[in-house]
Design a protein around this ligand. Sequence first.
Ligand code: NAG
Ligand code: NAG
Length: 988
Amino acid sequence: MILLLLLFLSLPHALSLNQEGLYLLKAKEGLDDPFGALSSWKARDELPCNWKGIVCDSLNRINSVNLSSTGVAGPFPSFLCRLPFLSSIDLSNNSIDSSVAVDFGACQHIKSLNLSDNLLVGSIPASLSRISDLRELVLSGNNFSGEIPASFGEFRRLERLCLAGNLLDGTIPSFLGNISSLKVLELAYNLFRPSQLSPELGNLRNLEVLWISNSNLFGEIPASFGQLTLLTNLDLSSNQLNGSIPSSLSGLSRIVQIELYSNSLSGELPAGMSNWTRLLRLDASMNKLEGPIPEELCGLQLESLSLYQNRFEGFLPESIAGSKNLYELRLFDNRLRGRLPSELGKNSRLNTLDVSSNHFFGEIPANLCANGALEELLMIKNSFSGNIPASLEKCQTLRRVRLSYNQLSGEVPPEIWGLPHVYLLDLSVNSLSGHISNSISGAHNLSSLSISSNQFSGSLPSEIGSLRNLGEFSASQNKITGKIPQTFVHLSKLSSLILSNNELSGEVPAGIESLKQLNELRLANNKLSGNIPDGIGSLPVLNYLDLSANSLSGEIPFSLQNLKLNLLNLSYNRLSGDIPPLYAKKYFRDSFVGNPGLCGEIDGLCPGNGGTVNLEYSWILPSIFTLAGIVLIVGVVLFCWKYKNFKKNKKGMVISKWRSFHKLGFSEVDIVDCLNEDNVIGSGSAGKVYKVVFANGEAVAVKKLWGGSKKDTDSEKDGLENDRVDKDGFEIEVETLGKIRHKNIVRLWCCCNTGYCKLLVYEYMPNGSLGDMLHSSKGGLLDWPTRYKIALDAAEGLSYLHHDCVPPIVHRDVKSNNILLDGEFGARVADFGVAKVFQGVGKGEESMSVIVGSRGYIAPEYAYTLRVNEKSDIYSFGVVILELVTGRLPVDPEFGEKDLVKWVSASLDQKGGEHVIDPRLDCSFNEEIVRVLNVGLLCTNALPINRPPMRRVVKMLQEAGARNKPKTTAKKDGKLSPYYHEDASNHV
Ligand SMILES: *[C@@H]1O[C@H](CO)[C@@H](O)[C@H](O)[C@H]1NC(C)=O
Ligand SMILES: *[C@@H]1O[C@H](CO)[C@@H](O)[C@H](O)[C@H]1NC(C)=O
């Protein structure tokens, strides 16, 4: 008995893992499992049925393996195919790669194979079609390239074929129309060659979901698609489809969602839409559709209707107000006219209404928020008139309200000012009157309040000062009276305060220096009196200051010299005393005119003030100046001549002049000792660049500029590059760089000037220049997020030069070789050898006598005007963006006559966006890349005036990257990607 018991106890050890379990262990052996996801797969078990990811049937036979999102890596574990009863494999979202070729023909029993979101490359294995029972094949989100295998036409039972988000670069084959069992076909976001939709796809009578957006399709939507009677979801968005929407589509009687946005579809919406009885969402925005919005649509149970940026005209059918489910209605940028249906919003939980930029008139319907769901109300640029309906006072859900550019009048219902969730309230350019209600204290989320160009009167309620999120407040062009409330100094997020052209009186609030974010302060044309508070000078980011046409008196605070102003206007006040020395220059004249008390301060400040000098002797003063000038010039010339001789004699002496800009831990001798050929890291026409490492391990880069005779020895080779970095390059660079500090501008530690050569010592940038990195074999290392960051960094650096330096600095040689990369690939703008400091805030433009800049980067207008200004830098920077996006050189023999800018625009016209993008980049970023590309195109616009200022470029780049990274396969059941709409409605 005891013996038996013993035998029994030892039984589990005697039994061993079954064959299926052994196959699994074999599979495990071939996989990397960095997170220990397979730790429960142990040889001492008898059955594998409790192992993670394993599901067995009632007879303990393995039915499915699901290791989705477990982080396993390595080749496809083909041992799984030996499991005789396995029907489903899900390895999605891991790091399965193609390091071992797999014959999928061996997986005969599999019905479902999901390998989406892995690292598979190369062609899609043709052997997959030999899995005769396969129902589901999901390969989305890999890096498969080439064609869809011809053998795929042989699938007989396949219901789901998902290949979206790969690098497939063939065309969409017509044989897919043979897989009549297909229910779901997803091919979106590939690099397909331009092709037309084959009418054969209309044979897929079982199809429910068809998703082929972003696939380079052109031509018409085949009429045969009308046969897809089971289709619920049709998404052909973001292609170049043209022609009209075939009327046969009215046969899609089960359709729930239609996405046709961003194509070139024309003509009217087809008749027969009343057949779409289940339709919830229709988005045909951004096409060239025209005609009226059909009455038929209104009978549907639509939740969302987006038809913006088309050419629809006529009236909005009254019956649309009857739609019970209408949640979102976006019709902006069309040519619609007439009144909005008065019942709109009454019958449904309307959330978003955007009818901006149409020709609507009449009153704003009173029922828009009748069901308490309205969040966005956008009606900009129409001709709406009458009062803002009082019913909106109760609309607590409102978040974004933009009613600007209409003819609204009367008072704003008081509670609207204080709606708690509104963050944007834009009522500007109307005829509204009355005063701002003090109920505004309830608007806790208000971040932008714009009521400019109305008839508002009364005083500003001090409650505005309690709106802690307020960033922008503009109320210019009204009739506002009273004082600027002292409470305004508590608005710690305020960046822009624009109250010009009102009747404000009293003083500029004391304590204004606590507005640390204030960038723009415009109080012109009021009746302000008293002194300019000294505190204004300590506003760290103030760039625009306009206090003109008031009655301000007293002295101008010297602290204003601390500001980096793009605009300074104190004209037409009663200021007196000294002008701060920095501004006491002729080119600031316009900033101070009209202040009788300042007349003596700048020449010509008061043109009429000759009257104070006795006319008879008025010739004396100029003569004295002339004489003094002559004496001075002679003196200077003499001195220079002597000094030059003195220097000549001392030629060859070691270091004559050493200037240090920052506290340094090394001496000049350390540096000079290290300048040997082994340390050269770069060489150009201007001189050589050395890397010098000190005993303490710290490194610097030293640029050695040739002395006079040696210059330009290799300018032949470089073409225009660094052309004429003449003897002034050194001084310019020292002058320019020594003064400024910014995280995206390369730091100049110090310089020295020997008779023979000149040295500039910079911080060392371990990753060299962007140009070297991008255009060498290392270019592949720069992935898109890094490139995006580089673009943004460089833009911030340039924006600093253009907008934050007084006077502004134009770099004049922006190019990828002058953008250096630090250890983390942070980018800094370098090489100021030809930079130009602009003498004059208003002028900002100067003629140059010699060509500067580098081939491929020079703005077209430069060729005929020889004028450079900030706009030329912006052009060059645009070229750098194009380099980052395309990975190509600014000039390349392959482009023929063209340079990069022309090549990109020609390729875009002919082939579309995907074709210019650097193929080394992960295409899942394509949407963001295209947004950045668009910024680059704006910057390289042929007309300087169309190029956005750098500050705007920075903002646009931030916006381009801020939105969620589009994950190619993230589009759940084809629902419209949210960032997309965000984009489109942000246009206003
Ligand atoms: C695998 O598991 C994930 C979650 O763990 C689940 O979302 C997915 O549907 C499963 N796959 C299959 C084929 O059941
Ligand atoms: C509506 O659909 C049916 C088939 O479901 C079709 O016979 C009819 O022609 C369609 N109506 C229109 C106006 O196209």
